[in-house]
Design a protein around this ligand. Structure first.
Ligand SMILES: Nc1ncnc2c1ncn2[C@@H]1O[C@H](COP(=O)(O)OP(=O)(O)O)[C@@H](O)[C@H]1O
Ligand SMILES: O=P(O)(O)OC[C@H]1O[C@](O)(COP(=O)(O)O)[C@@H](O)[C@@H]1O
Length: 320
């Protein structure tokens, strides 16, 4: 069982237009809505592949109702914490060449009680997950809504660790930095988020490897860095592996990182070694890019995606 916490979930609306021109009226040729937010997407991707998961999230307002309806329709188990504010709506503008422009709302203003209820629900779900030591992983993902303390993920990390569980974090900015200082077992920054964490540019795969190693030395077991079309790099105390899958018809990158993290955790929780789990992650991430909006891949969608693994990556590779 993998328990995800998404403090700031969303309804994701994706609209397809011919080309984005600032200040003009655009007529969309198609649009779709999906349940969203990074942890919600991790749970959706796991559920779509038959994995056991529950998504913990705040729910309020008409968007909260819609989010729950969409999760019910998708067969994704969730535990919602009622909140006074409304779940946000995030918009992705997609162009035919795959360019994606995202407009993310801030989300509801959470009270201290609502934040505490989210943390308590996550830990209850993790403890009651069935496995001898509770959930295999607790995963905290995405931005924090207004009102939530910067330390929310750091508190999650400490509480899961105190209970002997394993915890993964994927976020950005100050909440991510605070969580990293609390030493989660696994983090999944993308290229930009890793550069922000170590506070310098990372033009090559070797630079990414060095930055990830620095974090591993500080006490994080697994650092998996998603690198868009350049695949992903995984660093532990013993190894460094790179995996990449080439796709021919990209549709939408929204949620690809979340699918990559879901595949990686699924692989680790089913006993794969970290490099093979990385292959699963990269396959799920690349498959997500071939799908519209933030649709998550089903087993059929993985057919034809071939990831290539290197346990001795080309460290001079310049990243796009
Ligand atoms: N253009 C692409 N071609 C192939 N795979 C891709 C592409 N873009 C993303 N991916 C896959 O999706 C994963 C996540 O993408 P990335 O953009 O790094 O994540 P995030 O959404 O967190 O920024 C990558 O590790 C890779 O496996
Ligand atoms: O919490 P944040 O950082 O605002 O991100 C939320 C958005 O990210 C997503 O989880 C998609 O993730 P990507 O960053 O991988 O496109 C959406 O479902 C959601 O709208």
């Amino acid at each position: 069982m993998i328990v995800t916490l998404t403090p700031n979930p969303s309804i994701d609306r994706a609209v397809l237009i011919d080309a984005l021109r600032r200040g003009e009226v655009h007529r969309a040729s198609s649009s779709r809505i999906d349940p969203g937010g990074k942890g919600v997407n991790v749970s959706r991707a796991l559920a779509a592949q038959g994995g056991s998961t529950v998504a913990v999230l705040p729910s309020g307002g008409p968007e909260g109702h819609l989010l729950e309806e969409l999760l019910d329709a998708a067969g994704v188990a969730y535990a919602s914490v009622p909140v006074r504010g409304s779940v946000r709506m995030n918009i992705s503008v997609l162009e035919p060449d795959g360019t994606t422009t995202k407009l993310n709302e801030p989300g509801p203003d959470l009270s201290a009680d609502e934040v505490e209820a989210l943390l308590a629900t996550t830990l209850e779900r993790a403890a009651g997950a069935g496995a001898a030591r509770g959930a295999e992983w607790v995963v905290g993902c995405g931005s924090l809504p207004p009102g939530a303390p910067t330390e929310l993920y750091a508190v999650l990390v400490s509480r899961v660790r105190e209970r002997g569980g394993r915890v993964a974090i994927d976020s950005s900015g100050a909440p991510f930095a605070a969580a990293v200082a609390a030493k989660p077992h696994l983090i999944k920054p993308n290229h930009e988020e890793l550069a922000e964490l170590v506070d310098h540019e990372l033009p090559t795969l070797g630079d990414v490897r060095d930055a990830a190693r620095e974090l591993v030395r500080s006490g994080i077991d697994v650092v998996a860095v998603s690198l868009g079309g350049d695949g992903a790099l995984l660093v532990t105390a013993d190894e460094c592996a790179h995996a990449r899958a080439t796709i021919t018809a990209p549709q939408s990158t929204v949620g690809a990182g979340d699918c990559m993290l879901a595949g990686l955790l699924h692989g680790l929780s089913t006993g794969l070694d970290p490099a093979d789990a990385l292959m699963t992650g990269v396959t799920w991430g690349a498959a997500a890019v071939t799908l519209p909006g933030s649709r998550v891949p089903t087993p059929d969608d993985l057919d034809g995606i071939r990831a290539v693994l290197s346990r001795e990556p080309d460290l001079d590779r310049v990243l796009s």
